[in-house]
Design a protein around this ligand. Structure first.
Ligand code: FES
Length: 433
């Protein structure tokens, strides 16, 4: 503890500089300002508040002078530690202050704040302070998914790094502009149709209002997933797979923080979804084989094939199908898929086979490949993971959702072809090597 007499008044502060612990007694005081001599953070002597946000505030304690004796209450405890650290985390996130975030996350955990509550605070900050879902929110969600299996120390690190990445994403970014749902409550089928329509014509405001209306109308998570995945797959492999991946992560995030926050979180994926370029717009998907035409041709048969294959015995050819998917002949891949469906493979089985194939591809990817080639391979993997998760049984059971990606437009076949062949013939040859 540092007790300072300055111009007729007595102040008591924590003697450790909140930045990196330098003893403040070795600092100096001038004009009511205490300066730490290590990195020169400056503090208001009376309140302990810092003028340099990266250093954080110094805790102070009450002082009284009675009959010439100085009485100091020798604890720094806050009246409401959870509220104090909540506010400190808000501050750290707002100014992207790693140290403040680290201490606030630790303070909240020590104060008994549930991990999910910290994830919620950070996720909502990220949704409000950036104009769209970003990598930070994906990292936060991915790390939060791991919390139940992490030991205490690592859970703290996971929360810190998730929060830090969200703060970095929002630093200097334009905040999100709130939009309101429509005043009417159209039929669910109409809302789903409209969302696809606005995505098709890249009309962001219209798509957001439609989505907000669906949320306000009480769409279940399964219905929202159905509507968003339908819109996101209007274009094949949109935005290198990010669009589908981020939607999937937004759903995982809501599973973690509570679906009452759907109106705050879900619209963050719309901007990217409607602005995305699809694979059908790129030459790489048209030459040397027109993959999009192949996918369209195949997917027109898919619904009938699923109906025909339903009731077949349990299908377990995931590994064999994954091997087929890693071949380099798109026509054979499409045939292998159809064959698997006829043999009883459900959409979820295809998703799992694809995710496995994408993982194998990454595991076998040669070190000589260029960075951009790795990007292609990892985009396929994250896309395939989102695709598989979209079908996953636990969400199916939890929300009673239909197998939601099965319904249209080749989300699977497009990614399968891409997975097997790569986006570019040159890359394909290198990947094959
Ligand atoms: S330790 Fe005091 S400013 Fe860095």
């Amino acid at each position: 503890m540092l007790v300072i007499y300055d111009r007729g008044r007595v102040f008591a502060l924590d003697n450790r500089c909140p930045h990196m612990g330098f003893p403040l007694e070795r600092g100096s005081v001038e004009d009511g300002i205490l300066t730490c001599h290590w990195h020169h953070a400056r503090f208001d002597l009376e309140s302990g508040c810092t003028f340099d946000l990266w250093a954080d505030d110094v805790p102070i304690c009450p002082v009284e002078v009675r009959n010439g004796h100085v009485w100091v209450k020798t604890t720094f405890t806050q009246a409401d530690p959870a509220a104090h650290w909540h506010q400190r985390l808000a501050n750290g996130l707002a100014h992207d202050l790693g140290l403040a975030i680290a201490k606030a996350v630790h303070g909240q955990l020590t104060a008994g704040v549930p991990q999910a509550e910290i994830v919620r605070q950070v996720a909502l900050f990220g949704a409000q302070n950036r104009d769209g879902w970003g990598v930070g929110l994906t990292i936060l969600t991915a790390l939060a998914n791991l919390l139940p299996v992490l030991p205490e120390e690592e859970a703290y690190l996971a929360l810190f790094h998730g929060a830090r990445r969200v703060a970095a994403d929002c630093d200097g970014a334009a905040p999100r502009r709130e939009r309101a749902p429509l005043g009417s409550r159209p039929e669910p089928a109409a809302l789903k149709r409209w969302l696809r329509r606005w995505t098709n014509v890249r009309h962001r405001e219209a798509a957001e209002r439609t989505l907000l209306t669906a949320i306000a109308a009480g769409f279940s998570p399964a219905e929202l997933a159905d509507a968003l995945f339908a819109a996101a797959t209007e274009r094949a492999f949109a935005d290198s797979g990010h669009s589908l991946d981020f939607i999937n992560k937004a759903f995982e995030c809501l599973d973690l923080v509570g679906w009452q926050h759907a109106a705050a979180l879900l619209p963050t994926v719309v901007g990217q979804m409607v602005a995305a370029r699809g694979a059908e717009e790129s030459t790489a998907w048209r030459q040397p084989v027109d993959l999009v035409a192949l996918c369209e041709e195949s997917t027109s048969e898919v619904a009938d094939l699923f109906t025909a294959g339903r009731g077949a015995c349990d299908w377990s050819g995931h590994a064999a199908l994954a091997r087929e998917l890693l071949g380099d002949n798109p026509v054979r891949i499409a045939d292998a898929l159809k064959e698997a469906i006829r043999a009883g493979a459900a959409p979820a089985d295809l998703g799992q086979s694809l995710a496995y194939a994408a993982a194998l591809r990454l595991a076998r990817f040669g070190n000589a490949n260029e960075h951009a080639d790795w990007e292609t391979a990892h985009h396929i993997f994250t896309y395939a993971n989102a695709d598989a998760d979209g079908h996953c049984q636990h969400r199916h059971a939890r929300h009673g959702c239909p197998r939601r990606l099965a319904r249209r437009d080749g989300a699977l076949p497009c990614s399968l072809s891409q997975c097997a062949t790569g986006a570019h013939p040159g890359r394909r040859r290198r990947a094959a090597r």
